[in-house]
Design a protein around this ligand. Structure first.
Ligand code: SAH
Length: 223
């Protein structure tokens, strides 16, 4: 990812990006591998051109169809949580491909990413962007159930980027023993939650982390 286009100019320049990374550090992101990948991944290429100048602000932004690209701090935090809890990072499922940014970050830190999205035009655009960036270890699928991708499971880790009101049982069942899921949970008030499946029994441990604001996890496909 070293071409001039990916490098960016002005508000998308390396200097602007480094300011964002510095800010993430100050806000408590400590995983150097995550920070490095976020510094080198051109977030502006996941946005419409009109919004590209805001790509390195620490804020969520609209991507069409009433959806958003997650705030960089939240992407970093969820990725960091997932990496620190996961025992293995061979197969990772993402729910909610959206523009593909979180998938691009994950793909550079784990072996293989499976990502599902319910809005076809978003999915097609994300596929194109990932290809253009030379990221080939992300497999995607249109999915409307909210229930992941059972045919490809079980997964070492699952990252959910839309909020269900409660932890979906179907997703817990797609975790390997020792597997971990990071997701926002709640409707009015949402909290980042880590669900860990015990390696030696069919039990799950829960950890509740900071308050967050995600679009809702919904059913049904949009074509
Ligand atoms: N991961 C994205 C965030 C996208 S916002 C990023 O990197 O910025 C959340 C996405 O989840 C939306 O695109 C929405 O359409 C999708 N979504 C919501 N419910 C879903 C479901 N049940 N299955 C798959 N995708 C879903």
């Amino acid at each position: 990812m070293n071409s001039l286009k990916h490098e960016g100019l002005g508000m998308t320049s390396r200097r602007t990006r480094n300011r964002l990374i510095q800010r993430l550090r100050e806000e408590g992101i400590a995983n150097e591998a995550v920070l490095k990948v976020m510094a080198s991944t051109p977030r502006h290429l996941f946005l419409d051109e009109a919004l590209a100048i805001r790509a390195y602000e620490d804020t969520s932004l609209p991507i069409g169809y009433g959806q958003t690209i997650s705030q960089p701090f939240i992407v970093a935090r969820m990725t960091e949580l997932l990496l620190s809890r996961a025992k293995s990072r061979q197969r990772v499922l993402e729910i909610g491909t959206g523009c593909g940014y979180q998938a691009a970050i994950l793909a550079q830190l784990v072996e293989k990413v499976y990502s599902v999205e319910r809005i076809l035009p978003l999915l097609e655009q994300a596929r194109r962007r990932l290809r253009e960036l030379g990221i080939f270890n992300v497999e995607t699928q249109l999915s409307g159930g909210g229930f992941g991708w059972p045919e490809q499971g079980p997964f070492d880790a699952i990252l959910v980027t839309a909020a269900p009101p409660e932890i979906p049982e179907e997703l817990k069942q797609q975790l390997t023993p020792g597997g971990v899921m990071v997701l926002p949970v709640g409707s009015e008030q949402q909290f980042l939650t880590v669900v860990s499946r015990r390696a030696d029994s069919d039990q799950f441990d829960l950890e509740r982390s900071e308050a967050v604001r995600f679009v809702p996890l919904l059913g049904g496909v949009v074509k």
